[in-house]
Design a protein around this ligand. Structure first.
Ligand code: SAH
Length: 692
């Protein structure tokens, strides 16, 4: 089956119709899937195996046959563990067809075809009975349906259904139970992902403060989970206000209810401070006794030596609806509300003189609604973008650059999604300056201008750049064109080159001596060795003694599905790596000119300077705002002697994984990596090839 998919090209902005076969989606899904990461998760695999062995023994000791239901079998791994542990039969359910097919192959290759039946269905479609998918109900329920938030992948409704229709009462479950833990913290860094702080601008006539609109102040934000590699958050970036508290548990061996509910715990802060954030993670006990425990606890909760790196399960950051000053020792109630798929938190102070009636009152005002953004800013800006706008250093660089280019009679046009540059420019400019903001994806932004009483100073034009008319600009020519550039449609660093295409589209409206800020951009590249991220794209071969090479091949096929391998976006502050080469500027883009007709190509070689494994190349953009002022969306600090790097914490960088890894053995190994990079100005795509 072929389908036509319409999409706006993130770099050129033009609408494209792509003919996609059925294959396209699943290759994307497999190529970017977390299966490899799960198979590399030794701690998880070992503990599942222990838990499964224990469950099979318990059933056998009762003199029963061990009939296993494995929901979401993926590669078939957990069923193969069960079969090896002596299970009599396994029903392995997998909804994703390519995976179910792979599971059939893997199970056969490992010699378990007579013990494991792969059923390509969603578990809620599975039938039980003589003519059904399953002959009888199972007495062991094995699953791995969890995401970082535990329930985000639909574990609760799946368990609820399985207990009703697919397993026996009193069945063994692996895992046996999951427990969610929380800790209350104050963190300016994390709070800056949800709230816009006042922005200070040193103007000629004194300091100006850009205030966020009142609509934003009390907005609960968005319900989507904020999952991060919390182990990369230095302890200096937050302060814990409470002990670690158990929020709720789910016993998977008993009927599970998925309907919305809430859980409440009483807390006493161990320190006074501003309660802003609830950090959360979970653990699973593979057996009823809790002896086989797999935990996502971060480094300050458990010894670093016991940390298993994984990307498929991380930790959650929840934002309280509002900041709450709390005192050491005072009584607080923390409420976790959940629906079938997500969790959100609320904090309340216990009132004086607690009594039964009071307790009831507290219960009554427990919120049940999941957070819905009312101010629309949380829909326009994602969390890293909030962090970026709150970055005072970055603001300072833009302010300084604007100050250099703005004149008293400037006519300024800003092209960027939801940018505060026009407001900064307004504060820096003299009264006569005219500002236009070209917005075509960022409606409802005028609230910023209203909140700062400048709505009549800045005109918002809702038009696509190519449809800009002289009347929009009151027949004026633009003397200063600005952009951050930032566009919500950008996934890879170079997608923000859309600024260049928009600049080209509005060319006829620019004065002959127009100043463009940024004046240019450059693409930079560096070869790195990842501490851990390499695992997500690395073949596994065998997992706990089972041959899973079929899965490796399948991932490899999907990665090679399109002739050219693609770079993928990753926020590298969360994924430590060591630089093996110097950073290198590979392409430059001159925004003072229009986008050229011809392609921009470059080739060359990079010397490997340090000992290590070359896992891939990292690429990022730098913007040259004005003379001597550049901002980097990638490397912030040049690597030190050991090659450690500091990355821009607000941006994702592009990672191009090499298909094979080379190891440079000695310091200053003269080994070089050669590259060819091509920017096709028609399609806006960057193709690259590396030879090791
Ligand atoms: N059990 C494997 C894979 C876990 S990934 C392992 O531990 O390595 C979870 C898998 O469950 C995915 O392949 C997903 O497609 C599948 N899945 C999730 N919910 C399901 C459901 N209700 N019924 C069938 N498959 C499901």
């Amino acid at each position: 089956m072929k389908t036509f998919c319409g999409r706006a090209n993130p770099t050129t902005g033009s609408m494209e119709w792509l003919e996609e076969g059925e294959d396209y989606d699943y290759h994307q899904e497999i190529a970017r899937s977390r299966y490899a990461d799960m198979l590399h998760d030794k701690d998880r695999n070992v503990k599942y195996y222990q838990g499964i062995r224990a469950a099979v023994s318990r059933v056998k000791e009762r003199g029963e046959k061990a009939i296993v239901l494995d929901i979401g079998t993926g590669t078939g791994l957990l069923s193969m563990m069960a079969a090896s542990a002596g299970a009599d039969f396994c029903y392995a359910i997998e909804v994703f067809k390519p995976m179910a097919n792979a599971a059939v192959k893997i199970v056969e290759k490992n010699g378990f075809s007579d013990k494991i039946k792969i059923i390509n269905k969603h578990s809620t479609e599975v039938t039980v009975g003589p003519d059904g998918d399953m002959q009888c109900r199972a007495n062991i329920l094995v699953t791995e349906l969890f995401d970082t938030e535990l329930i985000g992948e639909g574990a609760l409704p799946t368990y609820e259904h399985a207990h009703k229709y697919l397993v026996q009462e009193g069945c063994e479950a692996v895992p046996h139970r999951a427990t969610v833990y929380v800790q209350l913290v104050e963190s300016k860094r994390m709070w800056s992902w949800k709230k816009l702080f006042p922005i200070r601008v040193e103007a000629e006539d004194g300091e100006k403060i850009l205030v966020p609109p009142s609509e934003m102040e009390n907005c609960p934000g968005v319900p989507s989970v904020c999952d991060i590699q919390l182990n990369q958050m230095p302890s200096s970036d937050f302060s814990t206000l409470s002990d670690v508290v158990t929020m709720f548990s789910v016993d998977f061996s008993k009927p599970v209810q998925s309907a919305s509910t809430y859980y409440r715990v009483q807390l006493e802060p161990v320190k006074s401070g501003k309660a802003q954030i609830v950090l959360s993670w979970w653990d699973i006990d593979m057996d009823p006794s809790g002896m086989i425990n797999c935990t996502m606890a971060p480094y300050w909760v458990k010894p670093t030596s016991a940390l298993q790196w994984r990307d498929h399960w991380m930790q959650c950051v929840y934002f309280l609806p509002r900041e709450e000053p709390v005192l050491q020792g005072e009584k607080l109630y923390l409420t976790a509300c959940r629906d079938e798929y997500s969790v959100w938190y609320n904090l309340q102070k216990a009132r004086e003189g607690k009594n039964k009636a009071d307790e009831e009152e507290h219960k009554a005002d427990v919120p049940v609604e999941s957070p819905v953004c009312r101010c629309r800013a949380h829909l326009l800006w994602n969390r890293p973008r909030f962090g970026e706008l709150n970055d005072q250093n970055r603001t300072r660089q833009y302010v300084e650059s604007l100050r250099k280019v703005l004149k008293t009679d400037s006519v300024c046009l800003c092209i960027s999604d939801g940018s505060l540059l026009p407001v900064l420019a307004h504060y820096l400019g003299a009264k006569q300056v005219q500002y236009f903001v070209l917005f075509f994806r960022s409606l409802h932004f005028s609230m910023f201008f209203k909140a700062n009483h400048i709505e009549d100073k800045i005109k918002i034009i809702e038009a696509r750049p190519e449809l800009l008319k002289p009347s929009h600009l009151e027949d004026k020519k633009i003397s200063v064109l600005v952009g951050e550039p930032f566009f919500t449609t950008s996934l890879l660093p170079w997608h923000n080159l859309y600024f260049w295409y928009a600049r080209t589209a509005v060319s006829t409206h620019l004065a002959s001596n127009v100043t463009v800020l940024p004046q240019s951009a450059s693409l930079h590249m560096m070869i790195v060795e990842f501490q851990d991220l390499w695992r997500i794209r690395s073949p596994c071969g065998s997992c706990e003694g089972f041959d899973v090479q079929t899965m490796d091949d399948m991932i490899k096929d999907s990665l090679n599905f399109r002739e050219s391998k693609e770079a993928e976006p990753h926020p590298l502050w969360e994924y430590p790596c060591k630089s093996l080469s110097d950073p290198q500027e590979v392409l430059t883009f001159d925004f003072t000119k229009t986008v050229p007709q011809h392609c921009l190509s470059t080739e060359g070689s990079v010397k490997l300077l340090r000992k290590g494994k070359s896992h891939g190349a990292v690429l990022w953009m730098e913007y040259h705002l004005a003379a001597d002022i550049s901002v980097s969306t990638g490397l912030m600090q040049l690597a030190n002697e050991q090659g450690n790097c500091e990355w821009n914490p607000h941006c994702k960088q592009a990672v191009y994984f090499f298909s094979s890894v080379i190891e440079s053995q000695i310091l200053s190994d003269p080994t070089a990596v050669t590259y060819v990079i091509n920017f096709d100005t028609k399609t806006g795509e960057i193709a690259m090839d590396f030879k090791l």
